[in-house]
Ligand binder design. Structure first.
Ligand SMILES: Nc1ncnc2c1ncn2[C@@H]1O[C@H](COP(=O)(O)OP(=O)(O)O)[C@@H](O)[C@H]1O
Ligand SMILES: [Mg+2]
Length: 436
């Protein structure tokens, strides 16, 4: 802004120029070089020019008043920090259901949340939207469970909690009704895992009872027959008692398998602490099963490296693991007449991994069954498994024992080329050997 003081100062600076030009004109007139009238014109033009240059600059035009932008309701920094820290997907909403803030987990689990958007852009579950609307109106928290098929089959639970972030009268100060919530907290919990575990438990109980009920029904039937019509039939009694014995053994095998499965699961988090040599254990298993191989007309061949392969292992569990694999190969791959068991090692000298594979040359396993093969009671052919005295729990036990030994189980079955089950377990390192 130009003050009178600044104006005077500028004129003071221009006056010497005017005086100098006036003196030059005087000399010009005295020397008859300049007409007096012409000198006056020069002086006037000079004064006018200087007056224009030293005039205060025009005041800048007034800035237009800022446009009225609708302000988004404010979220307290503490509130958004708390939402960000929540371990589950969480959003703060206005009572009208617009998104005020959302934590990072929302983007991962639900989708990208844009601040200011209505919740319906993000969540398209009418029950959740309705619950948010109702909670904002009556201040009562709500819980909604819902299932989704896309992008994946999953179950979620939404918790809707109305809040008074601006105090009890916050709503009134924002033009709403006092006493009503000014914000709504919406959180999600993934129930898929829980539901799956519940389903698996229910399936397991149903399968186990079914497996036990079948031999039990057969036993009861034969007992009735032996007490009734076949009471005096000696040959029938012999035959029936033989079948009853087989059914009783099947029940006891099933109970054994169930018990070992639950025992292994119970200790799953504890890696065994004793050192065992895995090649010796596999050799022992092959020896024990050689009579079965002979019975089935199968050549059981073991190839073992000379290198000792010490691992941290539970001897009984490892015997059970390799017995299951070799027995399966002898039972289901008998038509190939050959089963090869190989014990070797791979990896660097100070980080060896024992690799044990059991290969048969039977019909193999169709690829669609491979992913479910280690599930409890899962069989490719139920009748064939029962005929072989199988319980459907063998590979589930194998999987759990391998996991407890921090190992890996691989199953390969190229069509028409038998099946290969490979177990990899890390060996005890030199440092561990010295430490122990
Ligand atoms: N080597 C194999 N060749 C073909 N099928 C196999 C082989 N090993 C396992 N299977 C299939 O996997 C199923 C599950 O095996 P397992 O869990 O050991 O149960 P079980 O032997 O008691 O039936 C078997 O019923 C069989 O159908
Ligand atoms: Mg088996």
């Amino acid at each position: 802004m130009s003050t009178p003081f600044a104006f005077r100062r500028r004129w003071r600076r221009t006056l010497p120029v005017v005086a100098l030009v006036a003196a030059a004109c005087g000399v010009g007139i005295a020397a008859n070089l300049l007409q007096p009238a012409f000198a006056v014109v020069i002086l006037l033009a000079l004064v006018a020019g200087l007056a224009f240059l030293s005039s205060p600059p025009p005041a800048p035009a007034e800035a237009p008043p800022p446009a009225v932008v609708p302000t988004r309701p404010r979220v307290e920094p503490v509130a958004s920090a708390l939402v960000a820290a929540l371990p589950e997907p969480a959003l703060l909403l206005t009572p009208e259901g617009d998104i005020l803030c959302a934590n990072e987990r929302v983007a991962l689990a639900i989708g990208p949340a844009r601040l200011g958007d209505p919740l319906s852009f993000l969540v398209r579950v009418p029950e959740v939207l309705e619950a948010v609307h109702n909670s904002a109106r009556d201040g009562i928290p709500r819980r909604v469970e819902f299932g989704e098929k896309i992008p994946l089959d999953r179950w979620l639970e939404a918790h809707i909690v109305p809040l008074h972030l601006h105090g009890e009268n916050g709503m009134a100060s924002r033009g709403g009704r006092p006493g009503l919530p000014d914000t709504v907290l919406l959180t999600f919990r993934d129930l898929t895992q829980q539901r799956r575990v519940e389903q698996m438990r229910a399936d397991f109980v149903a399968n186990a009872s079914h497996e036990l009920r079948t031999p039990l029904a057969s036993l009861s039937g034969f007992i009735e027959t032996l007490l009734g019509p076949a009471r005096n039939d000696t040959s029938a009694r012999e035959r029936f008692l033989g079948i009853m014995g087989a059914q009783a053994r099947r029940m006891s095998r099933l109970i054994d398998d169930l018990l070992s499965l639950s025992r292994i699961e119970l200790n799953a988090h504890m890696r065994p602490e004793t050192q065992v040599e895995v090649g010796t254990i596999v050799g022992h298993v092959c020896e024990t099963l050689s009579p079965l191989a002979r019975d089935r007309g199968v050549e059981l061949k073991l190839t073992r490296t000379d290198e000792p392969l010490p691992i941290y292992g539970d001897r009984d569990e490892l015997i059970r693991l390799f017995e299951n694999l070799v027995e399966n190969a002898l039972k289901y791959g008998a038509s190939g007449a050959r089963v090869e068991v190989t014990v070797g090692a791979e990896g660097a000298q100070d980080a060896r991994t024992a690799v044990i594979s059991v290969r048969d040359f039977g019909p193999g396993i169709p690829p669609e069954h491979l992913p479910r093969l280690t599930e409890r009671f899962y069989r490719v052919d139920v009748v064939a498994s029962r005929d072989q005295g199988g319980t459907g729990l063998g590979l589930a036990i194998v999987k759990h024992i391998v996991a407890r030994h921090r190992g890996k189980l691989g199953i390969e079955s190229p069509p028409g080329d038998g099946a290969t089950f490979t177990v990899r377990i890390g060996c005890v390192s030199k440092a561990e050997k010295i430490a122990s």
